[in-house]
Design a protein around this ligand. Structure first.
Ligand SMILES: Cc1ncc(COP(=O)(O)O)c(C=O)c1O
Length: 329
């Protein structure tokens, strides 16, 4: 079938073992592929050339969210959170990464038969790491538009879970935005409030206060969103979670997206209306610079977000377990 020379040799974890990406196969009738019945995570690792260390970011938060997503689909990941953390560290080591990375754990319904359902279907779990640099071009601000697609509503499929099938909503919005000459889409919720970007949470600043849609606005409860709120609070910036109207996007002094892949990316315009003066605003800059220092170990205050791959210093909240021996070959 399709060969990918970079990925094929990558060591991945699948079905209880470490193996090469090119050796792992799924059948064409796999439920997760046919019906979108899977869930996943996106984890970043940042390489610090100075310290020759790879820092994995918010591993525990991501894997805890995977358990919530799995529960919604009547699945349970086959490893405990501590074991998932250990496996991810081991994978990065086996691939000897000395670069920024992205790690994609996924758990999906693996039966190969016909019949859409969640019950009585076995599942498969894999973790695929890959080298990764940037997702949104951060050399300039993001040109965003409000999408004609509404964010999937919790009454239809839960958007606070990272469910593969629900991402068709993001894909429709992103491609519409790019097709119309923008970089990114902002989706409104079904009742017309600002929800989030296609793969990012959104923040706006007005008169020195940082606003972001609250979790009832059909957002994914982002790990980076949480980090931003913590940083902003520590910087003395008031943070308010509430419903946000479309017009507030046009009136905002600053807007930025937050996400594991995107990092913190300032928005230069929305629907061709320039945000502020079109360059990065002062609060966005302070939050972004703090975050960017934090992810390479430069902010001791946020050290608990980081797991080091090579020094194998797991953070205070992360304990190792002997159970990992059962599957580390
Ligand atoms: C739809 C959506 N919203 C928000 C986010 C940001 O979440 P996080 O900061 O956990 O990456 C993502 C990325 O995972 C996403 O796909």
């Amino acid at each position: 079938m399709h060969e990918n020379s970079v990925l094929d040799g990558t060591v991945i974890y699948a079905n209880g073992d470490f193996r090469r990406y090119g050796e792992a196969k799924v059948g064409l009738l796999t439920h997760g592929l046919q019906y979108g019945t899977g869930c996943f995570e996106g984890i970043r690792g940042y390489w610090s050339p100075r310290e020759r260390e790879l820092y994995l970011i918010q591993l525990r938060e991501h894997y805890e969210r995977l358990f919530i997503s799995a529960k919604m689909l009547l699945m349970v990941p086959p490893l405990a959170v501590d074991e998932l953390i250990e496996t991810t560290i081991e994978l990065c080591k086996r691939n000897a990464y000395e670069t920024d990375v992205y790690v994609r754990p996924c758990l999906f319904k693996a039966a190969e038969d016909v019949g859409v359902r969640l019950h009585d279907v076995p599942s498969l779990f894999a973790i695929v790491p890959l080298p990764f640099t940037s997702y949104l071009d951060k050399s300039r601000g993001v040109r965003a538009c409000v999408s004609s697609w509404r964010r999937a509503d919790d009454t239809m499929a839960p958007p606070r879970a990272k469910i593969t099938g629900v991402y068709v909503n993001s894909a429709l919005a992103k491609s519409e935005a790019v097709g119309n000459g923008y970089d990114e889409a902002i989706l409104l919720s079904y009742d017309g409030h600002v929800s989030e970007g296609s793969a990012e949470n959104i923040f706006l600043v007005r008169r020195g206060v940082l606003y972001t849609p609250d979790p009832s606005q059909n957002i994914l409860e982002g790990c980076t969103r949480r980090a931003v709120m913590e940083i902003a609070g520590d910087l003395g910036v008031e943070v308010v979670e509430r419903a946000i109207d479309r017009g507030e996007l046009y009136a905002a002094d600053e807007i930025f997206f937050s996400g594991t892949a995107a990092g913190i990316a300032y928005v230069a315009s929305v629907d061709k209306r320039v945000v502020g003066n079109g360059s990065i605003g002062p609060i966005t800059r302070r939050v972004a610079e703090t975050y960017e220092r934090a992810v390479v170990g430069g902010e001791p205050r946020y050290a608990s977000w980081l797991t080091t791959v090579y020094a194998k210093k797991t953070t205070a909240s992360m304990t190792t377990t002997s159970a990992t021996r059962a599957y580390v070959t």
